[in-house]
Design a protein around this ligand. Structure first.
Ligand SMILES: Cc1ncc(COP(=O)(O)O)c(C=O)c1O
Length: 428
């Protein structure tokens, strides 16, 4: 057995050992995550692609489908699935005993571990079911009166736009819309598009950190700092940036931030996170009021009724896995995968990519379009002829196919994508 094979085996064994050696409520054990990180580092020194091979083997993706729509929702590594199943089976042995008396105790440790990754205090994080719930809580909970203005963009996510439109209808607030160039990497220009919409009536600015349509990254902190100077509250929709871009919540300088954990963290489906700056908690009304809706306890946003305990507990295992790779290394890999296929396909006449290029303004997501071929047609042909799953995007003036690799995506998967796109273009 050569060194690399030994290292690979040891890496896989280490994942197993880390699972077995943890105590009963185990899945967020950060000591284990850092052990894993040391091991990963050693492994990375041996051979970078071998390291990523190990990561790929941790997933159970279909051998028949190349999944390049990880932006929609991401798969979980085997160990996360196993953790979920373990706690699900346990819950079913005696649901109210195991879920409410035993597993419920795990949430505080999980909150601490999530706070480490988010770089904030645990008492600023509420664990919930997805970004829609997190951001919906903020949008519906900020006290606003008739005539107050909210600045948002036409590139924001539809669930959030619809929630704001409902407040416009219900409460008579005014929505002020921002437009900005989709491929710009000029932070001052992008920030100014928001700042120029601020007026004495503006109370809130809503910013999508990483735009789902084409993968563009916005200068959230720059906008939020200007908003703060004017006593305007700021919200970051970080559904696509958390555990993808390498940042901490306080770096964004916002008052509120919401994300899903089933996207880039690869946690179980239906897991999310709400960040509320400590001094903003008391004034934000919970969607589902408990006993003290006006308290400054972040847990007031967790009155969800019966929830999926196995899902929450397995979030900790996804955190371990993410920490094992490391935020910086993960981001670099994701950006590298995007750069690999985009730089190749744009050499072909008639194929263009509508996503910024740099590491400061993009991550793994990119949108590709083709002269003479509709996005839905590209999407269908990629699937039918190459087994590649993507998503066709038509939103405002954005039109193309969104391609989203993840840490388990291989270069040979991307070679197939390149070949597919070039052939579809040639045949057009
Ligand atoms: C920018 C953005 N915000 C919010 C969401 C909502 O996420 P979820 O469906 O997990 O609530 C999405 C989902 O794709 C998104 O892309």
């Amino acid at each position: 057995m050569n060194n690399i094979t030994k290292a690979r085996r040891s890496f896989l064994r280490n994942l197993g050992i880390s699972a077995l050696s943890l105590p009963f409520l185990d899945s967020w054990n950060t000591a284990n995550a850092s052990d894993l990180d040391k091991h990963f580092n050693r492994f990375g020194e041996l051979d970078n692609e071998d390291f990523w091979f190990g990561i790929q083997q941790a997933y159970t993706t279909s051998p028949n489908i190349i999944n390049l729509n990880n932006g929609g929702v991401s798969p979980q590594p085997q160990i996360v699935q196993d953790t979920f199943e373990k706690y699900n089976r346990l819950s079913n042995e005696a649901p109210s005993y195991f879920m409410w008396r035993i597993l419920d105790q795990g949430r505080e440790a999980l909150r601490e571990s999530l706070a480490q990754l988010a770089g904030c205090s645990a008492d600023e994080l509420a664990i919930n079911r997805n970004a829609t719930e997190a951001l919906g809580t903020v949008i519906m909970g900020i006290p606003l009166k008739k005539g107050d203005e909210v600045v948002l963009s036409r590139w924001d996510y539809p669930n959030m736009i619809n929630a704001w439109k409902w407040r416009e209808k219900r409460d008579g607030i005014k929505l002020v819309w921002v437009d900005h160039p989709n491929t710009s990497e000029d932070d001052s220009e992008l920030a100014n598009r928001y700042i120029e919409k601020f007026s004495s009536k503006t109370k809130v600015v809503h910013i999508t950190h990483l735009i789902n349509w084409n993968g563009q990254v916005l200068p959230v902190a720059k906008i939020a700092l200007e908003a703060r100077k004017r006593n305007i509250l700021s919200i970051s929709d970080s559904a696509h940036s958390f555990a993808h871009l390498n940042f901490k919540m306080p770096d964004l300088e916002v008052d509120f931030c919401g994300t899903s954990l089933h996207k880039w963290l690869c946690a179980p489906f239906g897991s999310g996170l709400l960040y509320v700056k400590k001094e903003r908690i008391a004034d934000l009304a919970p969607l589902f009021p408990g006993e003290k809706p006006e308290s400054d306890d972040i847990k007031k946003f967790e009155t969800l009724g019966t929830r999926s305990f196995p899902t929450e507990l397995a979030v900790g295992r996804a955190l371990d896995f993410h920490n094992g790779i490391g935020s910086e290394r993960k981001f670099n890999r994701l950006h590298q995968l995007k750069t690999y296929w985009t730089s190749e396909v744009t050499k072909t006449d008639g194929i263009s990519v509508t996503t910024p290029k740099s590491e400061t303004h993009s991550g793994a997501i990119a949108l590709v379009s083709m002269e003479g071929v509709k996005p839905s047609e590209i999407d269908q042909k990629l699937f039918k002829n190459y087994g590649i799953h993507t998503v066709a995007i038509e939103w405002e003036n954005i039109s193309g196919v969104r391609i989203t690799p993840h840490v388990y995506t291989t270069f040979s998967d991307l070679d197939k994508l390149i070949e597919g796109l070039q052939t579809i273009r040639k045949e057009a």
